[in-house]
Design a protein around this ligand. Structure first.
Ligand code: BG6
Length: 486
């Protein structure tokens, strides 16, 4: 397989929060990899903008350190690092004042041929002031795009206010709301598998699917993000956005075209068709550990916290395609392995012609997001050899690294891909404002009810699969979670 790198148009990318953690850990290492692949035009400018008083050279030195920390040594030849750093600039800026804006105006190009992208890698409270200043200082031209990160609001009302603030200054077609899960290679493959093959789509409905499982399991705890996380919990941090987006891609109708609005219209319909979950269809958990410092309550430094670090839930979608098919979602921190997987569990055959002791068999299509990206389809075959007709399930394994060779090591990570899509002007993998609001409209009553009840989440030991009640959620309906395996 030969990968094709298509250089993007010339661009100026301004990163507000250019010295921050996300810029150093993800955005700039990602851009560096695109530079190395030849995708970044030589005249493109990356402009870090932040409060610190730095010269261009000091900024370049800092980003060099970031590359050393976040890019593997053999992927950063010295000449490439030098070339990349030469494309970096820095402006000291006051997001809510006047300092730095005229310097930024001078540094950014406004000609038709240059794409302008403004990455708001800052607290949402600064989105408004930044958007406004980009216009009052006549920096943003007709070709401008803004990129915003989650948390995109913490409820419906705050999301609406944020959307309105951004739309006061930019058209929806210029706003790129990042959900980095949509940039993952396998997530896009999910669409290719569903809509590029005849094989799956006819079976993709309530007649053939027994249930769907979506698991995003992490081994990390909340670490240094305790203050943020304790105010969010797994519902706001993961379910409302990442898991919801995965669910949409599984459940949506085939869009008429693979273009931003066709895809996003279909996703929106799924969110709007979600039933409010019943109280006992949700299990909230919080990790605990006998070791001091490893416990959730220690990590967030709040011994009375009732925030969940784990959630398992059963969702139902009220439409013709999915009526009666449960979607089980599960995500949590400090679980036994890091594994994100979507599994479509098909129904058993309507009648078995084999002996009863040949067991129960069903096909499972598993789409693995990380690690070891790939897709496996479990099929039932005869166990080889003598001894009569014994059935066994074997995986048809489409691990991408095996099937497509070493070039899969080189696939862009989510941020790289998404930033390049911003430059190309392709919004397909970004959330539209109405999608975000619909997701909050569904999430809000659930969180409000928890707050009203004030219940403690169920404790679970670290390095397990979460609280026992999550298993019960499945067992009571004669189902079980697939194992969480790294
Ligand atoms: C982020 C959440 O959006 O996604 C984090 O805020 C979480 O809490 C992270 O750890 C998971 O992303 P990934 O790509 O490592 O699965």
């Amino acid at each position: 397989m030969v990968s094709r790198v298509i250089p993007v148009e010339d661009f100026d990318l301004v990163i507000f929060g250019g010295t921050g953690d996300l810029a150093r850990r993800k955005i700039l290492p990602g851009l560096f990899r695109r530079f190395c692949s030849g995708q970044m035009p030589p005249a493109a400018r990356i402009i870090g903008a932040a409060r610190s008083d730095l010269t261009d050279d000091a900024y370049r030195r800092d980003i060099k350190l970031a590359l050393e920390e976040f890019v593997a040594k053999d992927s950063r030849p010295a000449a490439a690092v030098k070339g990349f750093l030469e494309q970096l600039h820095y402006v000291r800026i006051d997001a809510t004042g006047t300092e730095g804006w005229s310097a930024l105006r001078k540094l950014t190009r406004k000609d038709e041929a240059t794409v302008q992208a403004f990455y708001f890698s800052v607290a949402p409270s600064l989105f408004g002031p930044l958007a406004e200043r980009l216009h009052t200082h006549k920096i943003a031209g007709a070709n401008a795009r803004i990129v915003v990160e989650k948390p995109f609001g913490r409820d419906l009302e705050s999301a609406r206010i944020l959307n309105a603030t951004l739309r006061d200054h930019f058209d929806e077609s210029q706003i790129y709301r990042i959900d980095h899960y949509l940039g993952k290679e396998t997530v896009q493959n999910l669409m290719a598998v569903r809509f590029g093959n005849m094989l799956f789509e006819p079976l993709w409905n309530a007649q053939y699917v027994d249930h769907v499982q979506i698991t995003v399991a992490e081994t990390v705890g909340v670490g240094g993000r305790g203050a943020y996380y304790d105010k969010s919990g797994a519902m706001r941090d993961m379910v409302q956005n990442h898991l919801m987006q995965l669910l949409c891609l599984i459940a949506m109708e085939p869009p008429a075209h693979f273009d931003p609005d066709s895809v996003r219209d279909e996703k929106l319909k799924v969110i709007r068709a979600l039933d409010p979950p019943k109280r006992d269809d949700i299990v909230r958990g919080q990790y605990e550990s006998p070791k001091k410092g490893e416990d959730y309550l220690d990590e967030v430094e709040n011994r009375s916290s009732i925030t969940e670090s784990f959630i398992a839930m059963k969702l139902m979608i009220s439409n013709w395609r999915w009526a009666g098919v449960p979607f089980y979602l599960r995500t949590g921190k400090r679980l036994k392995a890091r594994a994100s997987e979507i599994s479509i569990v098909f129904k058993e055959t309507p009648h078995s012609i084999f002996d009863e002791d040949s067991g129960r068999h069903r096909n499972i299509l598993s789409i693995r997001l990380q690690p070891n990206e790939g897709i496996t389809l479990g099929v039932t075959i005869k166990e080889p050899g003598p001894g009569g007709m014994r059935l066994v399930d074997v995986p048809l394994d489409m691990t991408f690294a095996d099937a497509l060779g070493p070039e899969t090591d080189d696939v862009p990570d989510a941020y790289e891909r998404l930033i390049m899509d911003v430059i190309r002007g392709n919004q397909t993998l970004f959330m539209r404002g109405d999608e975000v609001e619909a997701a909050w409209a569904w999430t809000d009553p659930i969180i409000k009810e928890w707050t009203r009840r004030g219940e403690r989440p169920k404790p679970y030991d670290i390095e397990t699969t979460g609280p026992e009640d999550a298993a019960v959620l499945m067992h009571r309906e004669g189902r079980r979670w697939l194992d969480i395996k790294a």
